[in-house]
Design a protein around this ligand. Structure first.
Ligand SMILES: NC(=O)C1=CN([C@@H]2O[C@H](COP(=O)(O)OP(=O)(O)OC[C@H]3O[C@@H](n4cnc5c(N)ncnc54)[C@H](OP(=O)(O)O)[C@@H]3O)[C@@H](O)[C@H]2O)[C@@H](O)CC1
Ligand SMILES: [K+]
Length: 528
């Protein structure tokens, strides 16, 4: 995957933003100190300074605005610190703010005897500058609260005095800055462990953590500011993080279109989609494939619905069966609106057993496979063998993934990364788990977490649009995982544009399809 990441950037701007787990961040921290020799206390001072910068710039702005009205905003700060290095950051922030003339109170929830070595050092220095450390929250009103109870070291639910402190912080009418992560948010999953601080701003150090992006964590962060404190990609050594999201405009991720190409060059897409009751799925899928750059699209569906398809999408061709068109296609997409009929099963069997082209499986194609243990085993065996393996993408929603796995949907929702990775490995395929933060997994262990999109996309037909986009991209992008990541990103951006014009309440999946072209001609906003 990393080769793709590097080669996808023609512009010089970063293409990906890494999303780290707690273990990855700890490894990077310790490599920076132990291999490169930057002392932890230096990193901590820079981390604290970066938070102080955020507080001081905000305060300056407030004071300028208030000064015009003859008001004087107060500078009463509470540092709420835990017993680890997140707490140590908090104490360092408090000491620096004291030196800036702020009125700072310190609350150390853990007590000094349980303090980490760096925290002891920070307490010593802060006290030398006059800090008074309290073991209960000092009475008073605060304008600014620095949440430094837990960072990446949170390892169990916040209870007792920690729960009380978090609930107290959330009840205050103050600006809350969370240090590294809002306390209570699990670094890897974004889960709330017990309860969590609701921050106005989260200043995170070096790299984004996955939990800042996943739900529900992302609802607690406020604005996320990722600051550079001297921990860089060098600290990964040869172990790059598993997960990333995109930062580049999607148009920069797509391969350049050869100027002298013809309709064959840009991909002959065969779609096994649509049935008597779901002709619209085939139309949405085919239309999206065109908008995502396909040169030719052929829809294999029951003869009865050919007229409606030809009317709605005259650019597409239709076929009665995949058999007649299998050789013609560069790439095949199967599933949208397919139904679970005997015809659908027969057609899918033909695709799985008689073709070798790159393939995208979605919706009923996945459901048909999940229902048929022998077929599933055959697919797994084919994919496990490098001699018979084809380029394969699966785009299930959690319900479809649960059917494949044979478990309850709740199980998938609890561990979407785990199951996406499991099936990516089992099928040697790029596997998506759709959701508010769709997750794509590659057989090499890489994870893409999608940030684009909105709740308006949770609407019938949205997945059919995605299948059309991804199938089209698979015809010109060599790596299925990369095609999937870009397709998911583009789909979400199109959804955002559709929401901008029609609103999340009223947009339909056709609006998403119709926004694809606009995203590709527009420079969309950066998401991270
Ligand atoms: N290393 C570096 O170079 C840099 C590190 N930096 C900073 O360090 C932070 C990581 O520090 P960290 O590893 O000490 O973890 P941290 O988040 O402070 O928590 C650990 C403490 O919490 C405790 N604890 C956990 N859960 C609990 C619960 N539910 N309820 C009660 N206690 C609980 C746990 O206790 P224990 O499990 O031992 O009982 C332990 O005492 C990172 O987020 C960043 O802010 C930056 O300065 C940049 C440079
Ligand atoms: K924190």
């Amino acid at each position: 995957m990393n080769k793709c990441v590097l080669s996808a950037s023609g512009s010089g701007h970063p293409v990906v933003c890494w999303l780290l787990t707690a273990a990855e961040m700890k490894r990077c921290d310790s490599n920076t100190s132990e291999i490169f020799g930057v002392p932890s206390v230096v990193l901590m001072e820079r981390a604290a300074l970066s938070c102080v910068d955020v507080i001081v710039s905000r305060q300056k702005k407030l004071e300028e605005q208030a000064g015009q009205l003859g008001l004087h905003p107060k500078r009463r700060v509470l540092i709420a610190a835990g017993g680890g290095n997140n707490g140590a950051d908090g104490i360092a922030i408090g000491r620096l703010l004291l030196q800036e003339g702020y009125d700072v109170s310190f609350y150390l929830a853990s007590g000094e005897e349980k303090a980490s070595e760096l925290l002891k050092l920070q307490l010593h220095t802060a006290k030398a500058y006059g800090a008074v450390i309290c073991d209960t929250i000092p009475d008073g009103e605060y304008d600014i609260i620095v949440d430094a109870l837990f960072g990446i070291g949170l390892c169990r639910p916040a209870e007792g005095i920690y729960r009380e402190a978090i609930e107290w912080i959330n009840a205050q009418d103050a600006f809350v800055l969370a240090v590294d992560l809002p306390s209570g948010i699990e670094t890897d999953t974004g889960a709330v462990l017990g309860c969590a601080v609701r921050a106005d701003v989260t200043v995170t150090f070096g790299f984004w953590k996955r939990g800042l992006l996943f739900y529900p964590g992302c609802k607690y962060t406020g604005k996320v500011i990722c600051t550079q404190i001297g921990i860089t990609e060098d600290g990964f050594l040869n172990q790059t993080p598993e997960a990333f999201t995109f930062t580049a405009p999607v148009a920069e991720l797509l391969p350049a279109r050869p100027e002298d190409g013809n309709k064959g060059t840009f991909g002959k897409v065969l779609l096994l989609a649509g049935s008597e009751a779901m002709a619209g799925a085939a139309i949405l899928c085919g239309r999206s494939a065109f908008y995502a750059g396909s040169g030719m699209v052929k829809l294999s569906c029951p003869t009865l619905i050919h007229p409606v398809i030809q009317t709605a999408l005259p650019e597409a061709m239709t076929a009665d069966s995949v058999e007649a068109s299998a050789r013609w296609a560069d790439v095949i997409g199967a599933g949208p609106g397919l139904s679970l009929s005997d015809r659908a099963r027969k057609e899918l069997l033909f695709v799985l057993q008689q073709t070798l082209q790159p393939l995208v499986l979605d919706a009923d194609a996945i459901n048909l496979i999940a229902k048929d243990e022998a077929l599933l085993q055959e697919l797994i065996e084919h994919q496990q063998n490098p001699a018979t393996r084809r380029k394969l993408i699966l785009t299930p929603h959690p319900g479809e993934l649960a059917r494949l796995e044979g478990c309850a949907i709740e199980e998938i929702l609890k561990q979407p990364v785990f199951y996406a990775k499991k099936w990516a490995n089992r099928l040697q395929a790029a596997v998506l788990c759709k959701g508010a933060r769709s997750i794509a997994a590659s057989p090499d262990g890489s994870i893409y977490i999608n940030r684009s999109g909105n709740s308006g996309m949770a609407v019938a037909g949205s997945g059919d649009v995605l299948t059309g986009i991804v199938t089209a991209l698979l015809s010109t992008i060599d790596d299925p995982f990369w095609a999937l990541c870009i397709g998911v990103y583009l789909h979400g951006l199109a959804g955002d544009l559709a929401a901008h014009t029609k609103g999340e309440y009223s947009m339909t999946s056709n609006d998403i399809a119709e926004a694809v072209w606009a995203v590709l001609v527009k420079q969309e906003k950066n998401y991270v």
